[in-house]
Design a protein around this ligand. Structure first.
Ligand SMILES: [Fe+2]
Length: 161
């Protein structure tokens, strides 16, 4: 079925993001396990808990707009998750965390773009509650990205010592 209007587009993007979050719930434990520093492992574990919450929050958003929560395969996240697994396989311990941080930041940036659009469209469509829920997740994705930034800095400083 063709996307006819902003409402359809919003629902479609919501389904895509729902699937993306579900994929991440499966991928993050593997990334946590592969991390060599305790700080990075903890960051992934913390974000896993947030991500589980993002899944249920999207279900709440579907509820807000009287739609059944259904997922549509997110090919982009599939690719990003595959690249994350490759990073784990292809790196020796010395480069592991830097590689994991890069892979995770690509994921966060993708999610930030998705939630940014969803918030804007929810507002345009007059779904204030949905917009607020999506904004909460957007803020958490941005915070996760910031956290990865500071961990990247920490590890490159340690490297330089
Ligand atoms: Fe998320």
């Amino acid at each position: 079925m063709k996307i006819k209007n902003l409402h359809d587009l919003f629902v479609q993007e919501l389904r895509d993001t729902y699937h993306a979050e579900k994929q991440l719930v499966k991928a993050l434990p593997k990334m946590a396990k592969a991390a060599t520093s305790d700080d990075l492992r903890t960051a992934f574990e913390d974000h896993l808990e947030e991500t589980k919450n993002h899944v249920t929050r999207i279900e709440d958003v579907f509820g807000e707009i009287d739609q059944k929560a259904t997922a549509k395969t997110c090919e982009a996240m599939k690719g990003l998750v595959t690249e994350g697994s490759e990073m784990i396989e292809e790196t020796e311990e010395e480069a592991r965390d830097a590689g994991l941080i890069a892979a995770a930041q690509k994921v966060e940036h993708y999610e930030i773009a998705s939630y940014g659009c969803l918030v804007t469209w929810a507002k345009e469509l007059g779904h204030e509650n949905a917009a607020n829920l999506l904004q909460e997740t957007l803020d958490e994705e941005k915070a996760a990205d910031e956290k990865l930034n500071s961990l990247a800095l920490q590890s490159s400083n340690a490297e330089a010592r």
